[in-house]
Design a protein around this ligand. Structure first.
Ligand code: ZN
Ligand code: ZN
Length: 249
C-alpha cells in the first residue's frame, strides 16, 4: 500500500528515481545491440532500436487455431495434428530469423536479459494474453540455470506481466529431470525427451499461459501443459516470442 507523503517529501523521491534511471541508462549501451545505431533517449528501456524491431516479421494469419502456425485452407496442420490434448493454444509473435533470432541469442546466451522488454512489446497482441490469466514461465533445469544465471523465459514473463498487469507464477511448475539439448532431435524424439520432465508443485487453477522464448515443435510446451493440467488447471495456453518452423515456399 502506498503511504501518504507530503508533496515536499515526494518530490525529492521522484528526483532520486529519475537520477537512478539516468544511472541505469548510463550503464546500458547507447547503441542498438542489433545495428549499432544510436538509440534515442525516448526508447530508453529497450536495447533494440525501433527500426530493427520493425524488421521482425510477424507470424501472418490465418493461423491454425491450436498451434498458431499459418494455416492453409482445410489442410490438416502438420505441426499439431498428432498432439495429445492439454495444450489449448500457442501463439508466437515473430519468425525466428534475422534480427529476431539474434535477439533471442542476446537474451539466452549473451546475458542481455533486458531485451526481454522489447520482445514482450512485440508479443503484446497475442490472444492468450487476454482476460484473467496467470503467466507461467517454462522453468530451466538446475544445471542450465546455474550456468546462465537466470531463466530467459522468466525474464520474458516478468516483462509481459508488468506490461499487461498479469501475475507471474514461478512456484507452480518444476523441471525435475535435466533434458538433453533438443536441437538435433526429430519432433517425436523431442517429445520423448521432455515427456515427464515437468511436475506441478501444489494445485493449479484457472487459466494459465506458459511463456517461452521460442516455439519449435511444441514438445516442451506440451510436456509443461500436461503437468499443469494434471494439477487442475482449467485451460493451458502458451505464448512465445519466436517461432522456428517457417513454412517453405
Ligand atoms: Zn537497430
Ligand atoms: Zn496446428
Amino acid at each position: 500500500m502506498r503511504r501518504w507523503m507530503p508533496r515536499s517529501a515526494e518530490r525529492p523521491a521522484r528526483r532520486v528515481g529519475a537520477a537512478l534511471a539516468d544511472v541505469e541508462r548510463w550503464l546500458l549501451p547507447a547503441a542498438c545491440l542489433l545495428c549499432d545505431a544510436p538509440v534515442a533517449a525516448r526508447e530508453d528501456d529497450t536495447l533494440v532500436c525501433g527500426l530493427c524491431r520493425s524488421r521482425w516479421r510477424a507470424v501472418p494469419g490465418p493461423l491454425c487455431t491450436r498451434c498458431g502456425q499459418p494455416a492453409f485452407g482445410d489442410l490438416e496442420c502438420r505441426i499439431c495434428a498428432g498432439w495429445p490434448p492439454g495444450l489449448a493454444r500457442v501463439r508466437s509473435a515473430v519468425w525466428l530469423s534475422g534480427g529476431a533470432q539474434r535477439t533471442v541469442h542476446l537474451l539466452k546466451y549473451e546475458g542481455w536479459w533486458r531485451v526481454a522488454e522489447a520482445m514482450a512489446a512485440a508479443m503484446a497482441g497475442l490472444e492468450p494474453l487476454t482476460g484473467r490469466v496467470s503467466l507461467i514461465p517454462v522453468p530451466l533445469g538446475a544445471r542450465r540455470l546455474r550456468s546462465r544465471g537466470y531463466n530467459q523465459s522468466e525474464r520474458l514473463a516478468a516483462a509481459l506481466g508488468s506490461r499487461h498487469g498479469l501475475p507471474v507464477r514461478t512456484d507452480l511448475l518444476v523441471r525435475g529431470r535435466e533434458t538433453t539439448t533438443q536441437t538435433a532431435l526429430t519432433p517425436d524424439a523431442r517429445r520423448a525427451n521432455v515427456s515427464g520432465a515437468f511436475s506441478a508443485r501444489g494445485a493449479a487453477a484457472g487459466r494459465l499461459v506458459l511463456v517461452d522464448d521460442v516455439f519449435t515443435t511444441g514438445a516442451t510446451l506440451l510436456a509443461a501443459a500436461a503437468a499443469l493440467g494434471a494439477a487442475g488447471a482449467e485451460q493451458v495456453d502458451a505464448v512465445t516470442f519466436g517461432r522456428a518452423v517457417e513454412p517453405v515456399g
